[in-house]
Ligand binder design. Structure first.
Ligand code: ASP
Length: 344
């Protein structure tokens, strides 16, 4: 359908009268392909729990390691840390007390991706996701099939439920009451440990990009619940021409907006990482169902995004003020304040 200039101007006036003022949008411009050996700036960004990991990943990149191997080494630190209850060993279990892990990764230079979901008994789902990418013709394996594949690839099985996580699960079970209902979890959105994940993204001096996200998912989830982390385009996404993005927080909100893909697409259209992430958060808000909105129209949950552009620019952004994210570049590893849409 063609729209005359007059129609367009009249519609814009109507929208403005209704209080809708679109943000200015830069013209779409595909970034020029970089020549081989492009000397950009190596940078690693991650969720705040990746502070130790970004340094490890950055050092490996400087040593010439592949960016995906580097970020996976970075997130392995949290996966293997029994005190981090949001990922890998020690992650909080599902409602039956079983730790089920999700992860996905993407490798810009080879345009490949791998993922596992509802994986049990293997502490490093990020490495299993990479094995799916490296050794199969598939992108995603779930549940018992993922476990069987991991064992066949030589991953060692172990009990992932630490005593601390078992105690927390028991406490959660004890406070259940017969009237509880799965949708009825306003308070649960605020209780500690409902969420937690690590996402890490890197770019090398040659402009090669990689991303990985790994999690034990929403605590006390229904067995088999899969979050955003293992979904390519939601939990993380990377495109070697543009950059990478990833997420932590309420996965259900992220899946519906394909938000990491969207953030990379906004960067492709010319937005800086910070603006791309804020624009993505606006979409998340627009796609939030009414039961999850506060009386002021803002979401009851939080969601965090992290992004790097191929040229080394980076950002973190959250719905609510106060979020921080980890970054490592030539100035060393540190936490920085994330951009936000709303005050807390
Ligand atoms: N995004 C994860 C999930 O929904 C949880 C989190 O990051 O807090 O599974």
């Amino acid at each position: 359908m063609s729209v005359s200039r007059r129609d367009f101007v009249e519609r814009a006036a109507l929208l403005a009268a209704a209080g809708f003022v679109p943000r200015p949008f830069p013209p779409a411009a595909a970034p020029a392909p970089r020549p081989a050996g492009f000397r950009g700036r190596p940078v690693v960004v991650a969720s705040a729990n990746g502070l130790r990991g970004v340094q490890v990943a950055y050092d490996r990149i400087l040593a010439g390691e592949d960016p995906l191997d580097a970020v996976i080494a970075g997130v392995n630190i949290q996966e293997l840390d029994p005190d981090d209850q949001s990922v890998g060993l020690g992650g909080l279990p599902n409602e039956e007390g079983v730790v089920q892990l999700d992860a996905s990764c993407m490798h810009g230079p080879t345009k490949r991706a791998g993922a596992v979901a509802s994986l049990e008994g293997i502490a490093t789902p990020s490495l299993v996701a990479k094995a799916v990418m490296d050794y199969t013709d598939h992108v995603m394996l779930v549940g018992p099939g993922a476990g069987k594949f991991a064992r066949a690839m030589g991953f060692k099985e172990q009990n992932l439920l630490t005593e601390k996580s078992r105690q927390d699960w028991m406490r959660w079970k004890a406070r259940l009451n017969p009237n509880d209902f799965w949708l009825d979890h306003d308070d649960d959105l605020k209780i500690k440990f409902t969420t937690g994940t690590i996402n890490m993204n890197a770019v090398t001096a040659a402009g090669d990009v990689a991303s990985v996200t790994t999690t034990s998912g929403m605590a006390y989830k229904i067995p088999g619940r899969i979050g955003d982390s293992p979904i390519v385009g939601a939990g993380q996404y990377c495109d070697n021409l543009v950059g990478a993005a990833g997420s932590t927080g309420r996965g259900e909100a992220n899946i519906k907006t394909c938000a990491s893909f969207l953030a990379v697409e906004f960067m492709r259209q010319g937005l800086a990482p910070r603006d791309a992430l804020l624009r993505t958060l606006e979409r998340v808000v627009a796609m939030t169902e009414p039961r999850l909105l506060r009386p002021d129209g803002r979401p009851k949950f939080d969601l965090e995004f992290y992004a790097i552009a191929k040229d080394g620019r980076y950002a973190g952004a959250t719905l609510y003020a106060g979020g921080r994210f980890a970054v490592c570049d030539e100035r060393g590893a540190r936490l920085e304040e994330a951009a936000h849409l709303f005050p807390r």
